[in-house]
Design a protein around this ligand. Structure first.
Ligand code: ADP
Ligand code: MG
Length: 691
């Protein structure tokens, strides 16, 4: 039987090839695609609101007579039309208008219009409202329905999409949508069938619960939300299956490398580190590729855990790759690992995009021959020209953005291209449980939920930038006492160039004001060697103060640094600030973080900085960030499409995460259902987070 998926949108009235092309940009090809192009909100145009009751920000329909219509000159010419009803006045203002509009909107005309109330120079105003002159009577109460609002693309307007969806609904009588969910599940949660749900959200009946629909909590919407979350969950489980369909080299080490390593450490592992190691060791001994995410707050000691995992691979005669997102961090790991592993007779190689010429050839040869047991670098490690001899374990540090695509691609990099390497991904961004369950459904997770003993809390203060002089003095005092400090410059523009410029200016200014201090500067535009040498000078204590951009956000470990100044913290996410703050508090002495904001601070901004001042618990802070800014911000994947839903809203709908996780495994047994649901909700544009 034909299904709606096989019927092209070009079958609809008014859809020619030009419109079809635009629809394709929205991922809409078939009638079914169109029906799953869902309204993300509604407008209530069911009743006329008295003008006297309007408040700024209201979105409403009003109706009245034109009192006067004037061309107003001002800074920009506009057509200003004053309407009146029994209760008050409202101005419609048009900056673009044509002669016909001017002719219609004359004194005495009856007008109904729809818009958002703004404060204007003539009182409350609607800018460019939708309007009708001499409107037909309003639908009687009880007949009117909410107006759906759809996502659009250039060249398609709301009414067009609305019309097409209404046409598409006409097909449902003959071609109901296939319901893939078991009826028992729907009755358990008292949810409607798929066809009814789709009909209702596109065309809510007059008696539907308006407040539920406006909030996205109507059972029809919730049915779709649940199915959408389920489809995302299934797509990740499918990735996991695809990776684990490959065999892996079981890592069953001989010898006592781990013991030797632990003996040379100046500390013993925390209970949490031991527990996580147990989980990793267990995974690595299996003939199935490990897929594990290790979460641990800043400073919880993930690097040691990574080193122990590496030793398990090396002890089994295999190779390890360690990848970090920035040169600074990769370089720091290289030094750390070199210091730890070289004494055990292990060979390491450094490889980044900036390693060129002969050095590169040598590094590639060492990796290809297996002479290098550990290769450390940036994502350059996984370019095609890099051939490993016997790669069995990939460690990815501080890179929760390392996406599903990359995890899939790594399959090919293992021994003989056949055996997939084990994957261990580490992140210092604590990920709230619900979010981890849905964004990383393809990974097992371990949590290092304990800090090494003796860490002192970081005292955080929030100060306006009018106190800059005091703050500079504070830096002077700290450095005179033999401690070191970071000064972090941030900019809202995501332009790296501007960030670097700001840091340069600040470094210069601080150098003038603090002539007795040795000041270094790092930012993303420095050459890798220069960055590394500045970092090295800071680490060795030659520099007192390091001025930096957010490039030092992750991983940088200088225990003697005990003061960090963060400029314009109001522009950063909480999780990111927590990371930056985590650069201090790593040593013996008491540490301080100064959040130097630029007033005025919004209420929301105040609340966020206070949350940071009052807590050092990364998980608590991440929960707050999730509430305030949403999952894209917490994961740092706003731009990549990961966790972008059509209908689901992570905060509102997080109650579904747990049930969805429970129902997914049974559905995985039915590949036809899995692919149909993934196709329906993720379409052909499955976009996973890119590095
Ligand atoms: P992160 O989890 O932020 O990557 P690191 O691995 O960089 O943390 O460790 C932070 C600091 O704590 C390092 O200086 C490291 O040597 C030290 N460290 C790690 N584990 C322990 C431990 N069990 N006891 C004491 N110090 C430790
Ligand atoms: Mg680290």
């Amino acid at each position: 039987m034909t299904s709606l998926d096989d019927i092209s949108v070009t079958q609809l009235k008014g859809v020619g090839s030009a419109l079809a092309e635009k629809l394709a940009k929205l991922g809409i090809h078939s009638i079914q695609d169109l029906l799953f192009h869902l309204p993300y909100r509604y407008e209530d145009r069911t009743r006329v609101v008295p003008m006297g009751s309007l408040r700024i920000g209201d979105i409403a329909v009003v109706e009245g007579d034109v009192m006067k219509a004037d061309l107003v000159m001002g800074r920009r010419r506009s057509l200003q039309v004053t309407l009146r009803d029994d209760s008050g006045f409202l101005v419609m203002r048009f900056f673009h208008f044509n002669a016909a509009q001017k002719n219609h909107l004359t004194e005495g005309a009856r007008v109904r219009c729809f818009g958002e109330v703004r404060p204007g120079r003539a009182g409350y105003e609607f800018y460019h409202p939708e309007y009708q002159v001499s409107p037909p009577p309003m639908a009687a109460a009880g007949e009117a329905t909410l107006t759906p609002v759809y996502p659009l693309t250039e060249g398609i307007q709301q009414p067009r999409v609305r019309g097409l969806c209404q046409q598409a609904l006409g097909y449902l009588a003959r071609f109901p949508i296939k319901d893939w969910l078991p009826p028992s599940l729907l009755s358990d949660y008292q949810l409607p069938g798929i066809t009814d749900a789709v009909k209702l959200v596109h065309s809510p009946p007059a008696d539907a619960a308006v407040h539920l629909l406006m909030e996205g909590r109507h059972p029809a919407q919730q049915r779709l939300v649940m199915e959408e979350l389920l489809a995302h969950q299934l797509s990740l489980l499918q990735v996991r299956e695809q990776i684990q369909a490959r065999a892996a080299l079981p890592l069953l080490p001989t010898g006592d490398l781990p013991e030797q390593f632990l003996d040379q450490l100046p500390f013993s592992l925390t209970g949490a580190q031991k527990q996580v190691m147990k989980e990793i060791r267990q995974d690595l001994s299996q003939p199935v590729p490990m897929l594990r995410l290790v979460q641990g707050d800043v400073g919880s000691g993930k690097t040691v855990v990574a080193a122990l995992a590496a030793l398990q691979a090396i002890g089994s005669g295999a190779q390890v790759a360690l990848m970090a997102p920035t040169e600074i961090l990769a370089e720091q790991h290289f030094r750390n690992f070199q210091g730890w592993l070289a004494p055990l007779g292990i060979e390491l190689t450094w490889l980044s995009g900036k390693v060129k010429g002969k050095a590169r050839q040598e590094a590639l040869a060492a990796v290809a021959s297996g002479q290098a047991q550990v290769a450390i670098g940036t994502h350059a490690l996984f370019q095609d020209e890099v051939q490993f001899h016997r790669l069995a374990l990939v460690l990815v540090d501080e890179q929760h953005r390392f996406g599903v695509h990359q995890r899939l691609a790594l399959r090919e990099k293992g021994v003989g291209g056949q055996l997939a390497p084990h994957q261990l991904i580490m992140t210092a961004t604590p990920i709230p449980r619900t979010l981890a369950m849905s964004a990383y459904a393809d990974l097992d997770t371990s949590v290092i939920d304990e800090l090494p003993p003796g860490r002192k809390p970081i005292e955080t203060v929030v100060l306006p930038d009018s106190r800059r002089d005091d703050i500079v003095e504070r830096v002077r005092t700290a450095c005179r006492q033999g401690r070191q400090a970071y000064w972090v410059c941030t900019l809202i523009e995501e332009s790296e160039a501007l960030q670097c410029q700001a840091a340069e200016v600040t470094a210069q200014e601080l150098a003038e004001r603090l002539p007795d201090l040795k000041i270094g500067l790092v930012h993303g535009r420095l050459k890798a060697v220069d960055k590394a040498s500045v970092m090295e000078q800071f680490k060795s204590g030659e520099l007192d103060l390091l001025v930096a951009t957010t490039v030092i956000e992750v991983g940088v470990d200088v225990p003697n640094a005990s003061l960090i100044i963060i400029e314009n913290p109001e522009r950063l996410g909480l999780a990111q600030l927590h990371q930056l703050r985590g650069r201090v508090g790593r040593g013996e002495q008491a540490s301080f973080c100064v959040l130097m904001y630029h007033p005025p601070l919004s209420n929301n901004g105040k609340a966020r900085l206070q949350a940071l001042r009052d807590s050092q618990d990364g998980f608590f802070i991440a929960e707050k960030d999730l509430e305030i800014r949403g999952p894209g911000e917490v994961l740092g994947t706003r731009q990549t499409g990961l966790m972008q839903f059509r209908l689901a809203d992570f905060e509102r709908d997080k109650g579904w995460i747990e049930p969805v996780k429970e129902m997914a495994p049974a559905l995985m047994q039915q590949p036809a259902v899995v692919s149909a649901l993934i196709r329906r909700w993720l379409g052909e544009n499955i976009r996973y987070g890119e590095v």
